[in-house]
Design a protein around this ligand. Sequence first.
Ligand SMILES: Nc1ncnc2c1ncn2[C@@H]1O[C@H](COP(=O)(O)OS(=O)(=O)O)[C@@H](OP(=O)(O)O)[C@H]1O
Length: 479
Amino acid sequence: MAENDENENLLGNKKVTIIKKLNLEGKDIISLRNLTGATRKPALILLVLFIVISLIQVNRDLFIRENIFASSAQPLIEVTYGGVKQNLSGESLESLKQYILMNVAPEDFAGVKSNLEVTDVLREKGRDAAYFNGSVLDHACPMTIRSSTKKLVRKPPDVIGIGFAKCGTGSLDFLDCHPSITFRTSEPKFFAEKTAVQFINDALEKFDMDKESQKRGFRIEIKKYVDEYLERMPLATSDEILIEKSPQYSGGGSNEVRLERAKAMKAINPNIKLIGIACDPVKRAYSQLNMKERRTETLKESGKPCRNKGCLLGTIEEAFERFTDKQQSNFDAGLPMGFADYANQIKPFVDIVGAENFHLVDGENLVQNPNYEWGKLLDFLEVEKDHFKFYKDEEKGFPCLDKPIKHCLNTAKGTSRKTDVRKEYANFTNIWDGLYKPTVLEMINFFKICDKIDEICCEKLSDENSSFSWIHRYACTDI
Ligand SMILES: Nc1ncnc2c1ncn2[C@@H]1O[C@H](COP(=O)(O)OS(=O)(=O)O)[C@@H](OP(=O)(O)O)[C@H]1O
């Protein structure tokens, strides 16, 4: 992320001035909120309060866009914010904290205030640009926003994001800014490791999980592997939701392999919940090609050779041609169309954890109608959603978090979807549309998007702001 983007995450100083002028401490902010509902106060006081609150609201957005390194007259303190050492004025950091505290739910205020700190950096340099400013943070949000005051412990995840690559799985980063959730950007990929999964499932066979004493034996047997897994995740409190995501869990391998992974997940946490993020396969495929192109360019610039499958051979047009030929031959051979194969790949997971413990997010709607799509996910996670809001950032061209903190994803996220791939590469995408159509249609029934494909369904999908509206093209037009 460029330094400018980072600056946008922080507040300007005017806010502090206003807060000072109003002499607002944390408690006062809460009482101000509560006062807005008061009915017995004289009308004049209410009016004054209304004006003051409106002023704060209106000015706040302006403040956020201001440069935080404001007056040189202020004393500077060194802060590592999101992996980058910065000299912030003491007031800037303070105003950032004030912004967060003003925007969390009243019931989270005290806990968040006691935990609110700049997030620790785990590694200064991540493997690629998909981290915050290239650094791996202890957990994804650049500020630690946690309401629980319980002790931090190592624990298995409560929720796992199992896919799908290139559909927006990285945007789960935002969840870490929720006071009830902890998430680290790096992917543990534990259940993609055959040996570990097999060991856990073999142990499941050995022990009778209906007996308490046997359950203990099982836990001891698999401890070595589980400890190693938990080390890959951040500490969390017992009452907050710990999430990990590794898109490799749904991709790669057969459904038998996926079934084994699902069993191992449930063995480690019997109450496990799973998230899948699906998106338009044409955009997904383009996002993948685009990433390869970007990676090839970066390696070329650094003078390093690019030998693996993650790089592009030749031009992007040649890559499109090769990709189209491969998709066509898979289709002709009756092989699964991987980029659209959501229902088939999710089935083994749902068979093990139950449909009620699985939630499918629409990755396209995360961009199109973020507050609605994120709201549904937060409902599934059973956490507060009214104080977790997004706005469309003009410069980024994608949704960024607005509340409780201003935060955009890093520069590696949100590139290919800026291009209208169906316009730019219509000669290829027209073919892809036809190849993916039958597999996309399998989703409709499996995920109960509609009862059947009929006029009612097409009417519903024609609303651009509804989840999975991108399916309209596949289900309701002649492609
Ligand atoms: N809020 C927000 N900001 C930026 N980008 C967003 C956002 N929400 C979803 N997306 C889309 O997420 C796409 C990347 O998907 P993944 O994170 O699953 O990719 S990866 O598999 O982890 O590499 C990424 O694809 P590209 O456009 O190709 O970069 C985005 O289109």
